[in-house]
Design a protein around this ligand. Sequence first.
Ligand code: NCD
Ligand code: ZN
Length: 343
Amino acid sequence: MTQLTIPRPDDWHLHLRDGAMLEGIAPESARHFARAIIMPNLVPPVVTGAQAAAYRDRIRAVTGDGFTPLMTLYLTEDTDPADVVAAHRDGIITAVKLYPAGATTNSASGVRDFDRVRPVLEAMADAGIPLCCHGEVTDADIDIFDREAVFIDRVLDPIRRKTPGLRVVMEHITTADAVAYVQSQSQDLGATITTHHLVINRNHILVGGIKPHYYCLPVAKRESHRLALVQAATSGDARFFLGTDSAPHSDDAKENACGCAGCFTATNTMSILAHVFEAAGALDKLDAFASRNGPGFYRLPVNEGTLTLEKFDTPVAYPAKIDTGAGPVTVFDPGFPLHWRVV
Ligand code: NCD
Ligand code: ZN
């Protein structure tokens, strides 16, 4: 097969930032994706419906009409259930994002005591509003490579048991444990998988010198976990869908003694995915993962437009960096030549 046409894909987990960074990188996503779930971890975070509406308008001012930002609210211990329900009813937000406090970039206002957000979670279950979870505990005594698996047992499973009907997306899963947990549950639980976690394991970050552009959170795990993610993504199982977690930081913030977490994959994600799915013998499942399963979970229509990928004999070139008014942003390097290109 040298050409593949799929319904236009969506990105169910995306960081677009704000200001000059937003202006520089949003077109990279809008070029291929019709819709994206927009992460609210700005500084300060997007916590009210009014802030989400204003942020949505700033995004639209950059991308124009061809791209629909699906907004989220950043859940804090002070979030007002009525504001969440109203913002959803008015079509301003699609989901609510749970960051355990301190888990990742700009998560200081996240949740410490999960009992304090019970009223919000119950209102969300009643109104059918999905909860997107950054699935890592932050306890100092839990090894960073174990934080996702421990989150499932200590936080996610108890929350879901206490809140029947709450629809949850476990975001950017990185472990075989998360794959197995999602597979063992009902359709009320979905999971996003990033492009980069289908490609790198922890050796890519650390062997032969530290590679800051491969550092993200949750951090990539050992190879057996990557293989479990590839298996889940390419299986066609409706509970697994694409959330790139494309998370731009300027090069000076990444190439730093305390480098920021985040991989920027918006530019070449579809080419990388075509490569990964072809290598797995599952090109016919790319449309499920990138274009159908996400809308299925979010109860939205599949996009009417299409996207065509073509395979070239010689490698296709992508820019190494995107220049933005907030500094250059390095594009994720999969470490192998790419032959698929969006036409
Ligand atoms: C994200 C960011 O930079 O905002 N970083 C990352 O490594 N994924 C935050 C997040 O999604 O955890
Ligand atoms: Zn993210």
